[in-house]
Design a protein around this ligand. Structure first.
Ligand code: SF4
Ligand code: SF4
Length: 72
């Protein structure tokens, strides 16, 4: 039974915009923001939540524990 994904949440305080999560996501769920934040970082954005398979690779590879997948 496929998992139901509710959200992929980036903690804007913890994330430093390294984009590892974007690189490891096999389903193109995340993209680099077009806007820079107030610290000078381009944070990842969820652009295709429907494609998320809740594999949690993004969570596992994030060095800063800054991304969380909310799924059943
Ligand atoms: S891997 Fe973590 S710190 Fe790097 S951009 Fe993604 S959420 Fe931010
Ligand atoms: S859980 Fe998997 S499919 Fe979903 S955003 Fe993270 S790496 Fe991509």
């Amino acid at each position: 039974m496929p998992k139901r994904v509710h959200a992929v949440v980036v903690d804007k305080n913890l994330c430093k915009g390294c984009h590892i999560c974007i690189s490891v996501c096999p389903h193109g769920v995340l993209e680099k923001s077009k806007e820079v934040d107030n610290r000078g970082f381009y944070l990842p954005e969820v652009v295709n939540l429907d494609a998320c398979m809740a594999c949690r690779l993004c969570e596992m590879h994030c060095p800063d524990f800054a991304i969380a997948v909310d799924a059943d």
